[in-house]
Design a protein around this ligand. Structure first.
Ligand code: FES
Length: 480
């Protein structure tokens, strides 16, 4: 789809927002590649061990870098600028690597334990000057309407962007000023128009209080610096967001810069770049960015495997970070004079896939003598599998929880119109939840309760029976 104007309004409440709705780009159905459901289920598995070891390593590196920076400031004969390398490493771990932790824990996919995801998410939000609720909703929107102008608040390189401007963004000075100004505004005057567009009414108060809490924490550090008449406390808490932000920009620019706007195929507006293990640790494998957008329910550590699994349906990845930067540099140069030009991406000509589906519309009903509908033979579904069930205008999802437990619940997410059958079934302790494939909302399949935002309302659950090797239902609601 070609753009019709060269310089476009990227605000969320301007004319481009209306235009995106008119063009059918809002909350739209996106391309989803085919994948063997068994393979997808195994990739979606969560655990705590991998994320715990990566998080502990990150925190240890932060502590060591901080200690070296502190030590180098106090050594006799060392001039202040000789401490710069230690602060550079500390800043990159703080203002750069924290971004990937923020992202993965915001999705709730890093750890299996919810509390662990939340602790790291809130910590990273404070480190990065981001209001947790605002940025959660902003990122949901980024996944719903990825790089749709007027809808996505996370388009980092509105066109025209010159190479020089992109280089300036590496200092993260402008970005930091924007972040802090916005936090102060939200803490004092209230939410701005874009924030109100993103955050639903019920979460706005919380967003304001979070902004106040972060601003208060910053003021404590500023006060500490003033009381000791030294910038050193701020160099360790607060300012690393600015001087270490270059690493976040370094990774972030590779995700979408120069690629297409306003398309409904992540393969055309998102970039996967092969990176070395050190960068992948710092970035938590988000270099497999196309794969992440296609399947946000796959945790970061399984993305390389997902890339192997669906790679033939995607455009070839950029072979190195250098190759990505060359492509981006050329694109930004060209777009500085022609903002409508976009990097052409040759995607393989494959048909998108939907999850397996059972149609029990009136014509296809298989009725037993008591008017129950057979949904499946027990042996036709494996444990952990989800099947979409369509009956006239209604959609449900059938879940096989254990060998002898099947559950039937509403099939559409209560956040937006997305089929839950494309998500994941996650069992942990006594609880079994279905996770939405779009923004990772969760619902208890036994009670229907919405257990993770942005799922707000519960799902209705329906009675199923297992007899003579069949799973049947009359669609009697168990819960509303
Ligand atoms: S559509 Fe957003 S979480 Fe389901």
């Amino acid at each position: 789809m070609a753009t019709t104007t060269s310089v476009r309004d990227h605000s969320l409440t301007g004319p481009e927002s209306t235009r995106a709705v008119e063009r059918g780009l809002v909350d739209a159905e996106w391309f989803r590649p085919g994948i063997d459901p068994v393979a997808l289920r195994s990739l979606q598995q969560r655990g705590d061990r991998r994320a715990a070891s990566d998080t502990v390593l990150w925190i240890l590196l932060l502590i060591v870098a901080a200690w070296v920076a502190w030590w180098s400031l106090g050594v006799d004969g060392i001039i202040w600028w000789q401490a710069i390398p230690a602060f550079a490493v500390y800043g990159a771990l703080y203002g750069g690597a924290a971004d990937a932790r923020w992202h993965e824990c915001g999705h709730g996919t890093a750890f299996q334990s919810r509390w662990a995801n939340d602790v790291v998410y809130y910590l990273a939000c404070v480190m990065l000057w981001r209001g947790p609720t605002l940025w959660r909703w902003s990122h949901h929107r980024h996944h719903t309407d990825t790089i749709i102008v007027g809808r996505d608040a996370e388009i980092a390189y509105p066109r025209p962007t010159s190479v020089w401007r992109a280089a300036w963004m590496f200092t993260h000075i402008e970005g930091s000023v924007r972040l802090i100004t916005r936090l102060v505004r939200h803490a004092t005057i209230g939410l701005d128009a874009d924030a109100r567009d993103l955050i639903p009414e019920h979460d706005r108060r919380r967003a304001v209080w979070e902004a106040r809490a972060i601003v208060a924490a910053m003021l404590v550090v500023v006060g500490w610096s003033l009381s000791v008449t030294s910038i050193v406390p701020l160099l360790f808490i607060g300012l690393p967001t600015v001087y270490g932000g270059w690493l976040m920009v370094f990774f972030g620019i590779t995700q979408h810069a120069g690629l297409r706007h306003d398309v409904l195929d992540h393969r055309e507006n998102t970039r996967t770049v092969l990176m070395n293990p050190v960068l992948r640790f710092l970035y938590l494998n988000m270099n497999f960015h196309v794969e992440h957008h296609l399947f946000p329910s796959v945790p970061y550590h399984a993305l390389p495997q997902l890339h192997e699994t669906i790679g033939s349906q995607l455009a070839p990845p950029l072979r190195s970070t250098w190759a990505a930067y060359r492509e981006i540099g050329r694109a930004l140069r060209r777009q500085s004079s022609d903002p409508t030009w976009e990097i052409p991406v040759a995607v393989p000509d494959v048909v998108g896939a939907m999850p397996a589906r059972i149609d029990v519309g009136e014509r296809n009903w298989v009725r037993s003598s008591d008017a129950a509908v057979t949904l499946t033979m027990v042996d036709d579904m494996s444990v952990g599998e989800l099947r979409r069930v369509d009956r006239d205008d209604s959609t449900y999802v059938l879940c096989r929880v254990t060998d002898d437990e099947f559950r039937l619940v509403d099939g559409m997410c209560t956040h937006a119109r997305v089929h839950l059958a494309g998500g994941a079934l996650l069992a942990s302790g006594d609880r079994c939840e279905i996770e939405c494939p779009k923004h990772n909302a969760r619902f208890d399949v036994r009670t229907g309760e919405a257990t993770r935002a942005p799922g707000r309302h519960s799902l209705t659950t329906y009675r199923v029976e297992i007899a003579k090797g069949r799973v049947t239902t009359r669609f009697d609601a168990l819960s509303e």
